[in-house]
Design a protein around this ligand. Sequence first.
Ligand code: SF4
Length: 374
Amino acid sequence: MIDTSSIGASDISKKAMPIEFLDFNVYGLSRKDLEARLSENSISAVHAKSVFRSLYKDLAPASDASHHFPRQVEAYLNTLDLSIPLSIVSEQRSSYDRSIKFAVKLHDDQKVEMVLMPESKRITLCISSQVGCAQGCTFCHTGRMGLLRNLKPSEIIGQVYLANLWIKSNPDWLAQCKLAPNLRITNIVFMGMGEPLDNVESVSKALDILTDPFGLYLAKRKISVSTAGHIDGLDALLENHPDVMLAISVHSATDSERSKIMPINRRFPLDTLIQKLRNLPLQQKNGLLLQYTLIQGVNDSDDHALKLVNLVKGMNVKINIIPLNPVGPSRLKGPTTERLGSFRKVIHDSGIRALVRYSKAQDIAGACGQLVNP
Ligand code: SF4
């Protein structure tokens, strides 16, 4: 990291930023941030566009790219940390579906995981927003670690940058997946380690960068933020990104059971959460994805399914039913095939769209709830 005492004129704009955004790495700046900082240093803000293009479209390392800009721009960029703030330390390939789970090391030697998932004509990257997680959902391996720290915007964007660089350097993998040789990440899901809305400032800044037309330029409908139902975080996220896609984890339709599975329910109970979802802006309400992890003998009966149907009655939602992915030495198990089919049928017969989602990368512990600090 750079010595912040030597920053000089650009320091003014950094002091004005909220503490969460004290991210001196170039990959943590939105184009608006960069424009403001260039202007404060009497440099034309228009250069921010070419800096973004160079970083995110050409995938040029910032330290190399800075030499190609006018001297004043280069001098300003050199006051920032231009390093890629994380590195891939290991990869595990799934033999089932060609997904790849990467362990990624941060500057303080903490590690997070991200998972690359090829599909027909698209590549989805599941990224982490925290090292560990404070929410402690009983079925989740990440939750057992507790929260070690939040990721900075540059560490969230860095995952996408690294994954795109990896794809570019591995044309064989694209060919094996029958994907176009120039395809890069098309979809992002914030479903890796952490509760994204517990780190909403960084996630929101990362969304600015991911969707920037001069940067990665991903459509908001191709980015999903998954939450255990953090209502305060949801309000903050929607203030800046009212059109991002949401995936809400429900896992039970009664407060008593949900609180046992997801302690966050004690802070944000079901009726408050559902009321909030019913009052979302139209585009959110109509694309709402609810996630329900099915755990044998805990929340998988037909009665549970009926309660779920009643809970969301009148809402335009899609329900993803996710059979539990067993993790470590846990007494929790996934549902039987028969139970899974019956649970889905109850929901489907009520007229609600219900899909059974078998998580990708299960054989490499890269599926929902399986990611840990490796
Ligand atoms: S399921 Fe999500 S919110 Fe719950 S402990 Fe795991 S990472 Fe945290």
